[in-house]
Ligand binder design. Structure first.
Ligand code: SF4
Length: 328
């Protein structure tokens, strides 16, 4: 049995101070961390409970954006009237994730920090896993890799990021606000998660001891024409094989702006600026959607068991764009 200390932080400053102790980890809703502790993947010596910090509000930003506190539950964000009105893509993505019970517990900050669902990462019966034990190898490469990456993988790791929320946030150009010993820092969502490269043990670009305090959404005109499409093995409570967050700004039938992010295909939400640019200034028709979809999966390198994801992702992009743009 793992022995650990537990402290509930009463302020962000106290949380940051407690987190400087060796072996400390923040815990919010605990919906991922406790699973990892029970599986023996994570062995924190100290838990710093940040769930009661006053970071559970939505506030309006000048110009029409929103700031969402890191301790808001996924359910509360999905149900918030301003989120539903201005960023329905985010509400849809959140409601596509997990189960109602988990969404009530899981926080925005925790959702950003959740770790891959690679079976080999969770099963400590497999000694090797570069994400768990750097330098030990990647059994998924020669093993069962149906759920793994087709884009952006490395020789060290082919895991994917499991978050639905992050895919929508990537399409919405969200900014993660973090606080650490050096003060507050802002990271674009697209730079928040990392590709595995030679350091697959690092999922994000947060520095040790930094705490996510909010996510900010810039003003967006994508709301009337946006859609989150999640393709999975069963209708609910399953991670995405492929997901798409698509948003369009339309002028009549012409695309004025486009944002597309893919989930379930890489170690981070996947955006391809060329795919979005290919849609601009033209009608959203089948040819335009197909061209953008092909660009989204350009360079895909499937594993032995997941070549189907390439075609699935391509078709999912076409479908999501069609729904967003009123074609489907
Ligand atoms: Fe570990 Fe990554 Fe390989 Fe999975 S894909 S076994 S997480 S190194």
């Amino acid at each position: 049995m793992l022995a650990f200390s537990y402290d509930r932080a009463g302020s962000v400053d106290e949380a940051l101070r407690l987190a400087q102790q060796p072996g400390a980890r923040f815990i919010g809703g605990g919906t991922n961390l406790l699973d990892l502790v029970k599986a023996g993947v994570e062995q924190p010596q100290r838990l710093v409970d940040v769930s009661r910090l006053p970071l559970a509000a939505v506030t309006e930003l000048p110009g029409g954006g929103l700031r969402i506190g890191a301790m808001m539950s996924n359910a509360d964000v999905a149900g918030h009237s301003l989120v539903r009105e201005r960023y329905p893509l985010l509400a849809q993505a959140l409601l596509a994730g997990a189960s109602p019970q988990l969404r009530n517990m899981a926080t925005v900050g925790g959702n950003l920090m959740q770790r891959t669902r690679c079976h080999y990462f969770y099963d400590t019966g497999f000694e090797a896993c570069n994400k768990r034990l750097p330098g030990s190898g990647c059994p998924a490469r020669a093993g069962v890799n149906r759920i793994h990456a087709i884009l952006g993988a490395s020789a060290q790791c082919i895991a994917v990021n499991p978050s639905d929320m992050s895919v929508a946030l990537a399409a919405l150009d969200a900014v993660v606000v973090a606080r650490g010993a050096g003060g507050e820092r802002r990271l674009a969502l697209r730079d928040f998660h990392r590709l595995p490269g030679d350091t697959p043990q690092r999922d994000t670009n947060l520095a040790p001891g930094e705490l996510i305090v909010a996510v900010e959404l810039p003003p967006s005109r994508l709301a009337p024409h946006s859609h989150y499409l999640k393709v999975r093995d069963r209708a609910s409570y399953a991670f995405a094989l492929v997901s798409v967050a698509a948003g369009l700004e339309m002028d009549g039938g012409t695309v004025r702006a486009a944002a597309i992010a893919l989930g379930g295909v890489a170690h981070k939400p996947w955006r391809v600026p060329q795919a979005e640019q290919a849609l601009l200034g033209r009608p959203l028709d089948a040819a335009a959607a197909a061209q953008a979809a092909a660009l989204m999966v350009r360079g895909a390198q499937p594993q032995a068991h997941n070549a189907f994801k390439v075609e699935l992702a391509r078709r999912a992009v076409i479908r999501a764009l069609g729904v967003a743009g009123g074609m489907a």
